[in-house]
Design a protein around this ligand. Structure first.
Ligand code: SF4
Length: 267
């Protein structure tokens, strides 16, 4: 399965909805279904992450954040069209190299899963003391959900019901409703790395200026019609921006997007 040249290339400045900005984004297709390469990409390219729903792999290649969904590729940011073309050439060569050496390369099938933020939040003391390095308990729950922190950073985190970090989740009546399993901190270096300024998250490079505006308003609790009025755009356009935000940030709903914005200092 060697990958042929890309087709259906679309290059957009500042996103698909005329959000003016200096950066270009690109999307294009390959003829082949690239999903068999995902474990190879995860196992051999720096910063690669596998995700479900939709199934995709995301990684940095030459400073470009690249997401591959089966046959479709989305990548950004670029400064000019020629840079896009060079990147496609580089990506195609990289994928073909992985495929050619597939029998000698390692694979990593582990997917990045997001634990439910609200269930994690219910394990926390709710005091917003910031001892965990996050501005609030909700932000800490979001960081745990995305695997960017560890339970033992919060001194008041509920004790696990088993030695290997299985945490009980109770409802308001004290009934055990579910359990969560999490990895404890590996070492201090890893904790320090996780605590670096969060605006360096690679997804930040994908956000257009308009999407950042929508994210800030959404994080303040504004509805789509309110955002539409504030930005003088249609509610339909807002809805499209919100959908793109969810996809780029890897969140499932407005609450998670708001927590993400809070965590990454977008307010
Ligand atoms: S240390 Fe625990 S209680 Fe304090 S803000 Fe962080 S999660 Fe909340």
């Amino acid at each position: 399965m060697l990958v042929q040249d890309a087709k259906n290339l679309v290059i957009e400045r500042g996103g698909v909805l005329n959000c003016l900005g200096p950066k270009l984004g690109a999307r294009f297709d390959y003829d082949a279904d690239l999903r068999p390469l995902f474990p190879l990409i995860k196992g051999n390219l720096a910063n690669a992450q596998l995700y479900d729903r939709p199934e995709r792999v995301q990684f940095l290649l030459d400073g470009i954040l690249c997401t591959i969904y089966a046959q479709e590729v989305v990548a950004a940011p670029f400064l000019e069209r020629d840079q896009v073309l060079r990147f496609i050439h580089r990506l195609t060569a990289t994928l073909n190299d992985l495929y050619t050496r597939r029998h000698s390369l390692g694979r990593n099938h582990r997917k990045t899963t997001m634990l439910p933020v609200y269930d994690i939040y219910r394990l926390l003391p709710g005091t917003n003391c910031t001892a965990c390095g996050q501005p609030s308990c909700l932000a800490f729950a979001a960081a745990l959900s995305r695997g960017r922190s560890y339970p033992d950073r919060c001194p008041g985190f509920r004790q696990p019901i088993a030695h290997h970090a299985v945490y009980p989740v109770y409802d308001q009546n004290g009934n055990l409703v579910s359990t969560l399993e999490m990895e404890l901190a590996a070492d201090a270096d890893e904790l320090n790395r996780q605590a670096q300024p969060t605006r360096e998250h690679p997804a930040v490079a994908l956000l257009t200026a308009r999407e950042e505006e929508v994210l800030r308003l959404l994080a303040k609790g504004a509805s789509n019609p309110e955002i539409a009025v504030a930005l003088a755009i249609s509610p339909h356009t807002v809805k499209t921006h919100v959908g793109h935000l969810f996809d780029k940030l890897g969140v499932n709903d407005r609450t998670q997007a708001a927590v993400w914005a809070h965590t990454h200092h977008y307010l």
